[in-house]
Ligand binder design. Structure first.
Ligand SMILES: *Cc1c(COP(=O)(O)O)cnc(C)c1O
Length: 373
């Protein structure tokens, strides 16, 4: 038995894709699988969903190349910077790049042999990468760079997951405004704008939606979740097991620093999960896990590889199942973060188990295997 692991249900991912696609059946679907598929395993997931999507997006060149090396043939785009010295590899592996700086684009154009597919990144208010409206001349000059095949233009929302929709509308307007001013220069094959929140909350899809977090069944925020326009189901479970149970008298300290001291007799369970598994130390004395259908509070500081929880008054035994992040929205909120960060923080040493049609199809375990040949 593996004590602590993440179980990924491929069927649920496919259902989420279908449900999100129902917002607009005509729109292309770009599966955003950066950061190793939000921590769940980019290559495994890409292989399983390739037939249901039109595009893949990642953040690093290495991620894009590993998709190609694993046999992915659908278009792959990098959403962020790629070092100039590595640009050749984008041509070699047929990987699309965002373009957001004229000088950089010229350098790329002069160095490559062969055509590179690029998407013009437009900054409409996210403030990260992209040409701004004041740089229209630069955008127009990209047209002279023969080795760049400008297939698309895109932008990214900064507040599409918030209650107040006004800035999203401003960004959308700016996007179309810029496109309007460069329309005589480029014949884009398609344009893209929406992330999960843009598609689910605002129904913005054309011509392609870039779906990350919601692919995995998580709403971008509670605001988006509460509107329940599109049904999503969390595709993963983070599971551990009770490794030890003990009764303690009053006045017993728990964990490093003695930040928790029992005021009365209690029952304590130890769990083989710690901050080295990506369960953040910020959950010390705050987090909750689910054991036998009851929420159990983390007591004391989270250790590197283990933590303790309160199971007073419960029937709990060694090897009982523990659900980590029973409500990932609530847990992330407790430590002022978002489900995105909790998911992408799950450490590589935590094995990923993949299920399809109720059966285990793959296990990725970077710790190594236990079984003997
Ligand atoms: C991460 C990312 C997305 C996906 O965002 P979600 O909120 O996870 O759907 C889309 N577009 C860009 C440019 C991104 O960086």
């Amino acid at each position: 038995m593996i004590e602590t692991y993440v179980e990924v249900d491929i069927d649920k991912i496919i259902k989420n894709i279908n449900n999100i696609q129902s917002i607009d059946e005509e729109s292309m679907f770009c599966a955003v699988i950066k950061a190793n598929g939000y921590g769940l395993g980019a290559v495994r997931i890409a292989r399983e969903i390739e037939e249901f999507v039109d595009y893949f997006a990642v953040a690093r060149l290495e991620e894009a190349i590993s998709l190609r090396k694993s046999g992915i043939t659908k278009p792959v785009m990098v959403l962020a910077y790629v070092n100039f010295e590595e640009i050749d590899k984008c041509v070699k592996y047929d990987i699309d790049l965002p373009i957001y700086d004229l000088e950089y684009a010229k350098k790329i154009n002069d160095s490559i042999s062969g055509k590179l597919k690029v998407h013009i990144a437009l900054d409409t208010g996210h403030g990260r990468i992209g040409f701004r409206e004041s740089e229209l001349d630069d955008i127009k000059k990209l047209k002279n760079l023969d080795n760049l095949d400008v297939i698309s233009a895109f932008s990214h929302f900064s507040t599409a997951d918030e209650k107040d929709t006004s800035f999203t509308m401003i960004q959308k307007e700016r996007f179309y405004n810029i496109l309007n001013q460069i329309k005589d220069y480029y014949k884009f094959k398609f344009i893209h704008l929406a992330n999960s929140a843009g598609a689910i909350k605002h129904n913005i899809t054309k011509d392609m939606m870039r779906i990350g977090i919601s692919l995995y069944g998580i709403y971008p925020s509670i605001e988006v979740k509460n509107e329940k326009l599109i049904y999503l189901e969390q595709c993963f479970k983070y599971i551990s097991h009770v490794s030890y149970v003990k009764d303690i008298p009053a006045n017993t300290p728990i964990s490093y620093g003695r930040t928790f001291i029992s005021k009365e007799p209690m029952k304590i369970a130890t769990i083989p999960l710690g901050y080295a598994d990506g369960y953040m130390r910020a959950f010390s004395n705050k987090g909750e896990v689910l054991i036998n259908n009851k929420l159990c509070k983390v007591l004391g500081l989270v250790c590197m590889d283990q933590l303790m929880v309160d199971v007073s008054g419960m029937e709990v035994y060694m090897d009982d199942e523990v659900i980590i992040y029973p409500n990932i929205y609530k847990e992330s909120n407790k430590i002022n973060t978002i489900p995105y960060e909790l998911m992408t923080s799950i450490a590589m040493r935590v094995p990923r188990i993949y299920k399809k049609n109720g059966k285990i199809i793959d296990i990725d375990n970077y710790l190594g295997e236990i079984y003997e040949d």
